[in-house]
Design a protein around this ligand. Structure first.
Ligand code: AMP
Ligand code: MG
Length: 328
């Protein structure tokens, strides 16, 4: 593994050219995006894509998001580019929105898990953007961590999770958004959020009108069109449980367990080492994974997390917390 520090706003062209060369010859490069660090590979090279799955221990039924330098490059990978895609791209790209559209046949099955659709995103981070421009390739990039673990928001998190499984890590400092992109499917009749992020359903509706969320889908989970939506995901080593403020009883805690309590409200909170979280959804998202990584490293056995509000802007954080707390 080779860790290369780059300026997050004006990355050194030499470092970017080197990383682009690694991608072009089929190697894995971890790089910062505004959401989390990605583990990138040449998306049209099936052997390179296979290296992503091997490095992460990712199940082959979990498709990858393909990253592009601009909307025109994204549209070139779609067999249909609906009017809604055009409007969403104009409104939110570059940025933390992934669009699922019908795929072109040259995209390897390994990228889409055999689906007839492909997930596309134009990231805003200057390092990601420079790398995509220099490589002049579509880059498949899931989060740069072992499958089901907490996603990395720093290069250090990547190095600790993947170490020698990645050829090069571009260190552009901590990421700003902090949780993964909003994934919106444009394949059905109504645009549908497959994974919530920091870009809320309300903002999407302003641009394309009706937008469904998976929770509204008939049959709920059974009908989910996104095979990668694992119930347990984003989970630290410590056991995570959610609580409501006021419900401060410590239910059956073994005395020896070291407990941390992540709280955003006034309380009361359960016993344990109190970690103050922001009461603003965006700020909370930006800190969430870094906090989970830090508590794992500090050796806590249990993390009690105060439930977050049931509103649209908290949907991304709520989804990650629910899955971090999912047993087994
Ligand atoms: P990750 O790469 O871990 O950030 O996750 C990518 C997520 O995007 C997957 O877990 C899926 O939920 C979703 N996704 C990617 N490609 C598709 C696709 N073709 N159809 C539906 N969902 C997709
Ligand atoms: Mg991931």
């Amino acid at each position: 593994m080779n860790l290369l520090a780059v300026d997050p706003v004006h990355p050194d062209p030499g470092a970017i050219a080197h990383a682009a060369e690694v991608l072009r010859r089929g190697g894995l490069v971890a790089f910062p995006t505004e959401t989390v660090y990605g583990l990138g590979a040449h998306a049209l090279d099936p052997e390179a894509v296979a290296r992503i799955y091997a490095a992460k221990g990712r199940p082959s039924y979990n498709p990858l998001i393909v990253h592009l330098a601009d909307a025109a490059d994204a549209a070139a990978l779609a067999s249909e580019w609906p009017e809604a895609a055009e409007r969403l791209a104009a409104a939110f790209w570059p940025g933390p929105l992934t669009l699922v559209v019908p795929r072109r046949p040259e995209i390897p099955d390994a990228v889409t898990a055999g689906l007839p659709s492909v997930a596309l995103r134009v990231p805003a981070h200057p390092v990601a953007h420079a790398l995509l421009r220099a490589a002049a390739l579509p880059v498949a990039a899931p989060s740069a961590n072992r499958s089901t673990g907490v996603s990395p928001t720093t290069a250090g998190h990547v190095a600790r999770s993947l170490g020698d499984r990645v050829e090069l890590i571009l260190d552009g400092g901590p990421t700003s958004v902090g949780i993964e992109s909003t994934v919106l499917s444009l394949v059905g009749e109504i645009p549908t959020i497959l994974r919530p992020g920091t870009l809320s359903v309300d903002r999407l509706r302003e641009v394309v009108g009706e937008v469904a969320t998976l929770a509204d889908a008939p049959g709920g989970k059974a009908a989910r069109p996104s095979p990668g939506m694992l119930d347990r995901h984003y989970a630290p080593r410590a056991e995570v449980r959610l609580y409501d403020a006021g419900d401060a009883r410590a239910e059956g805690e073994p005395a020896q367990a070291r407990t941390a309590v992540m709280a955003w409200g006034p309380g009361p909170h359960p016993p344990g080492e109190l970690v103050r979280m922001p009461a603003d959804a965006r700020e909370y998202a930006a800190r969430l994974y870094a906090t989970l990584h830090r508590l794992d490293e500090a050796g806590f056995d249990r993390i009690r997390v105060e439930r977050v509000p049931d509103t649209a802007e908290w949907a991304g954080v709520r989804d990650r917390l629910r899955r971090a707390a999912h047993p087994g």
